[in-house]
Unconditional design. Structure first.
Ligand code: AHR
Length: 490
C-alpha cells in the first residue's frame, strides 16, 4: 500500500489563488467563437460574452486572466481596440491561418469580461514593435483618475468613467523568440527602459519580466543591476510538446508526456536558485505564464479551422493535476501560473463552436482543485511504486503518485494523481502534527480508457464521481485524479 504522509508542521506558503490563472490570446478560436460571440448571439450575454464560459469560470473561481497574447501581443496596437470604427488588421497569427483581427474585442471588452468572471486582468505589453510612450499612454488611458487627463476623458467617452484596475502587466512576451528574437542583454536594457518609465507613474501595477532558459535568466539578471527594484515577477513558459494528436497515444507515450510535465519542477527550482543567487527572492517570484500539453497535430473538433485547437483527454487531466500539485508544492516560489489556453486551443478548459460548448477533463481538475486557492500548502511525502518507460532509448522512471495538500479554515484539501496507466493504487493517508477527521469527502475523475474525452455529442463522457468515505484508506483508479477533503484540528 502506498503512503501519503501529510506533515502539518511543515507549512510551505499560502497558495496564491493566481496559481490557478488562465490565458486568452487572440489566436484561432480563443476570443472569437470562444469567449466572445458578439452582442445579439443567442448564447451571449448583453456584452457579447459566451454566458456558459462566464458561469463556469465563476464556478472554478478563476482568479486572473492574461491577455492579449502571447505572440499576438508582438504586433498589437492597443489603440486599435478602443472606440468606434475599429480597424481590421493582419495579426501575428494571420500567416498561420489567414484570419484577420477585427479588434471587436479590445481593452474595454477584456476588462468587462474579467469583471463578469470576477478575475484580475493581466495585460501583456507589446515591446517588440512599439515604444515606451505607447505603453505609457495605455497606462494613462486605463489607470488615470476620471477626468484628469485627455486619455481618461477618452476612456470615459468610450464607456468607462472610472479607471480600470490592472494589477499585473507583462513587459513583453517570449522576447528571446517571437518577441523580437532578442539577446538577454538587450532585453534587460529594454526592460529597464520600459519599467523605469511605467514605475514612475503613480499606479500599483506589478511589472513582470520575460524569462527563458537558465543561460538567458543569468544574463538577464546580471544586466538588471539596480533595476531589479522595478520587477515584481519573472515569467517562464513550460509546454509539454508531443507528436501527433491529443487522442492517440500508447502507454509509453503516456509516460513520456507525464515525465515532460513533471520537469516543470526542475525548471521552478533552478530558476528560483538563479533568482535567489541574484538576491531578488524577496522582491520577485516566478510566474508560469503559459503551461500545458501541446500536440503537434492538434485534433480538436474544428478540424484545423481553429489554429492549435486540440482535444483534451484523461491524459490532459492528469497533466493538469500533476502540474497544479507541483505549483502548490512550490507556492513559496510562484506568484502566478496561467494555463494555455482557455478555449478552443492548446490544453483548454472548453471547446466551443457557435451554440455548442463543452467542458474538458482539464476543466474538471480546475474545479476539483479550487479549494487549494488561498490555502496554506502543507508538505507531503509520498511512498509509492514507480513506473518504467523508455525515452529516446533511455530507461526512465516516474513515481506513480503525485500529491499536494493544503489547509484552510480547519479543512484539508489533498489532491492525488495516479500516474500509472494500468495499475490502481491503494493508499493510506497518514497525518502528522494534526488530528484528521475519519470522514472524507472524495471526488474522483477517472475513466476506464485514458483516451476518454468529451465531445459535442457526448459532453459528459468524462465527469467526476463524489463519495463520502470513512477511515484513512482509499483506492485510486489507474490514470486518475482524486481530491480528498476532511476536517483537521491542528
Ligand atoms: O500559446 C501559443 C503561443 O505559444 C503563444 O502565443 C506564445 O507565447 C507561445 O510560444
Amino acid at each position: 500500500m502506498a503512503k501519503i504522509n501529510i506533515l502539518y508542521p511543515k507549512k510551505t506558503a499560502t497558495i496564491a489563488p493566481e496559481i490557478y490563472g488562465h490565458f486568452t490570446e487572440h489566436i484561432g478560436g480563443v476570443i472569437y467563437d470562444g469567449i466572445y460571440l458578439g452582442k445579439g448571439h443567442k448564447c451571449a450575454d448583453e456584452n457579447g460574452f459566451r454566458k456558459v464560459i462566464i458561469e463556469k469560470l465563476k464556478q472554478i473561481k478563476a482568479p486572473v486572466i492574461r491577455w492579449p497574447g502571447g505572440c499576438f501581443a508582438e504586433t498589437y496596437n492597443w489603440r486599435d481596440g478602443v472606440g468606434e470604427n475599429r480597424p481590421v488588421r493582419q495579426s501575428w497569427w494571420t500567416y498561420k491561418d489567414g484570419r484577420m483581427e477585427s479588434n471587436q474585442f479590445g481593452t474595454h471588452e477584456f476588462i468587462k469580461f474579467c469583471k463578469e468572471v470576477n478575475a484580475k486582468p493581466y495585460f501583456a505589453a507589446n515591446i517588440t514593435s512599439t515604444t515606451p510612450l505607447d505603453i505609457f499612454e495605455w497606462f494613462d488611458y486605463c489607470l488615470s483618475d476620471a477626468g484628469t487627463t485627455t486619455l481618461a476623458l477618452e476612456r470615459e467617452k468610450n464607456g468607462s468613467k472610472e479607471p480600470f484596475e490592472i494589477p499585473y502587466f507583462g513587459i513583453g512576451n517570449e522576447n528571446w523568440g517571437g518577441g523580437g528574437n532578442m539577446r538577454p542583454e538587450y532585453y534587460a536594457d529594454l526592460y529597464r527602459q520600459y519599467a523605469m518609465i511605467l514605475n514612475n507613474m503613480p499606479f500599483d501595477t506589478k511589472l513582470i519580466a520575460c524569462g527563458f532558459d537558465y543561460d538567458w535568466s543569468h544574463k538577464f539578471f546580471e544586466n538588471m543591476e539596480e533595476s531589479w527594484k522595478n520587477m515584481h515577477g519573472y515569467s517562464i513558459h513550460h509546454y509539454c510538446n508531443a507528436p501527433g494528436v491529443a487522442t492517440h497515444f500508447d502507454e509509453n507515450q503516456w509516460y513520456q508526456l507525464l515525465y515532460t510535465a513533471s520537469q516543470v519542477e526542475e525548471l521552478i527550482n533552478r530558476h528560483w536558485a538563479i533568482i535567489k543567487g541574484h538576491g531578488m527572492e524577496e522582491h520577485s517570484k516566478l510566474v508560469i505564464d503559459e503551461w500545458g500539453a501541446w500536440y503537434a497535430e492538434g485534433g480538436g473538433p474544428s478540424n484545423g479551422k481553429n489554429l492549435y485547437e486540440q482535444q483534451s483527454t484523461m491524459r490532459d487531466a492528469v497533466v493538469t493535476a500533476l502540474s497544479l500539485n507541483i505549483f502548490n508544492n512550490h507556492s513559496d516560489k510562484i506568484m502566478m501560473a496561467n494555463v494555455a489556453q482557455l478555449v478552443n486551443n492548446i490544453h483548454c478548459l472548453f471547446l466551443s463552436s457557435d451554440d455548442k460548448c463543452i467542458t474538458t477533463p482539464t476543466f474538471q481538475v480546475f474545479d476539483m482543485f479550487k479549494n487549494h486557492q488561498g490555502a496554506t500548502a502543507i508538505e507531503t511525502v509520498v511512498e509509492c511504486e514507480k513506473s518504467a518507460f523508455s525515452d529516446n532509448g533511455e530507461d526512465k522512471y516516474l513515481s506513480n503518485i503525485s500529491a499536494s495538500a493544503s489547509v484552510k479554515d480547519g479543512k484539508t484539501t489533498l489532491s492525488l494523481v495516479n500516474l500509472s496507466y494500468t495499475k490502481e493504487a491503494s493508499v493510506e493517508i497518514c497525518a502528522y502534527g494534526a488530528k484528521k477527521s475519519d470522514n472524507m469527502m472524495v471526488t474522483v475523475l477517472a475513466h476506464r480508457d485514458p483516451h476518454a474525452h468529451n465531445t459535442f455529442e457526448n459532453p459528459d463522457n468524462v465527469t467526476v464521481c463524489v463519495a463520502q468515505i470513512t477511515g484513512n484508506a482509499l483506492m485510486l483508479p489507474p490514470a486518475s485524479v482524486t481530491v480528498v477533503e476532511f476536517d483537521t484540528v491542528i
